[in-house]
Design a protein around this ligand. Structure first.
Ligand SMILES: CC(C)(COP(=O)(O)OP(=O)(O)OC[C@H]1O[C@@H](n2cnc3c(N)ncnc32)[C@H](O)[C@@H]1OP(=O)(O)O)[C@@H](O)C(=O)NCCC(=O)NCCS
Length: 154
């Protein structure tokens, strides 16, 4: 009997930014030029990109990026570019990729907090995986309403 869990067909690992750009573009910069999916800092030494990659075709179906960016004046990780392919939403892939990235982040810098600018439409996801809202709502011109969140889990 084959497994029906799509996660069994996925590899969760650190990847190159080029592997995740098509997914980032499709999910986070739709209708904008492809190059708008590149973020300042993508190529920095401290930046790490993670993805859930389909073993069948080596395409990324979930992605996130961790960048070194201060939080309240101290060294921290900023989570950016979190997205799961639309057809795979709600199957636990985002949670699994975040858990993978979190353990890597902790291994590299055990004391660094994690923060992000979260789209208000994604706040529920972040809360489910251990984050909390720490700001009022604000607007990012290319991406709509956001709030600042910090990871408050173990
Ligand atoms: C936000 C996003 C990455 C979540 O990915 P996902 O793979 O669907 O998430 P998961 O299936 O792992 O969800 C984990 C939990 O969060 C919940 N959840 C997921 N998206 C949610 C949302 N938008 N609002 C509320 N809860 C949500 C799931 O129901 C699940 O709950 P459970 O713990 O009870 O099972 C995905 O919806 C997405 O790509 N959205 C569009 C891009 C985007 O807005 N990214 C965030 C930019 S800041």
């Amino acid at each position: 009997m084959g497994s029906t869990d799509p996660r069994s067909q996925l590899q969760f690992s650190q990847v190159s930014v080029d592997l995740i750009l098509p997914l980032r573009h499709r999910m986070l910069r739709q209708g904008m030029p492809f190059e708008s999916a590149r973020f300042p800092g993508d190529a920095d030494d401290a930046t790490v990109h993670f993805a859930a990659v389909q073993t069948a075709d080596e395409k990324a179906v979930c992605c996130l990026t961790l960048m070194a960016a201060e939080w309240e004046g101290a060294a921290a990780w900023q989570l950016r570019g979190m997205a799961t392919a639309l057809e795979l939403h709600g199957q636990g892939i985002g949670r699994q990729l975040f858990d993978h990235a979190l353990s890597e982040a902790r291994r590299r810098h055990p004391t660094w907090p994690l923060w992000c600018n979260a789209r208000t439409s994604a706040v529920g996801f972040y809360q489910r995986v251990g984050w909390e809202v720490v700001s009022d709502e604000f607007e990012i011109p290319s991406a709509g309403p956001h709030v600042k969140m910090v990871y408050s889990g173990a």
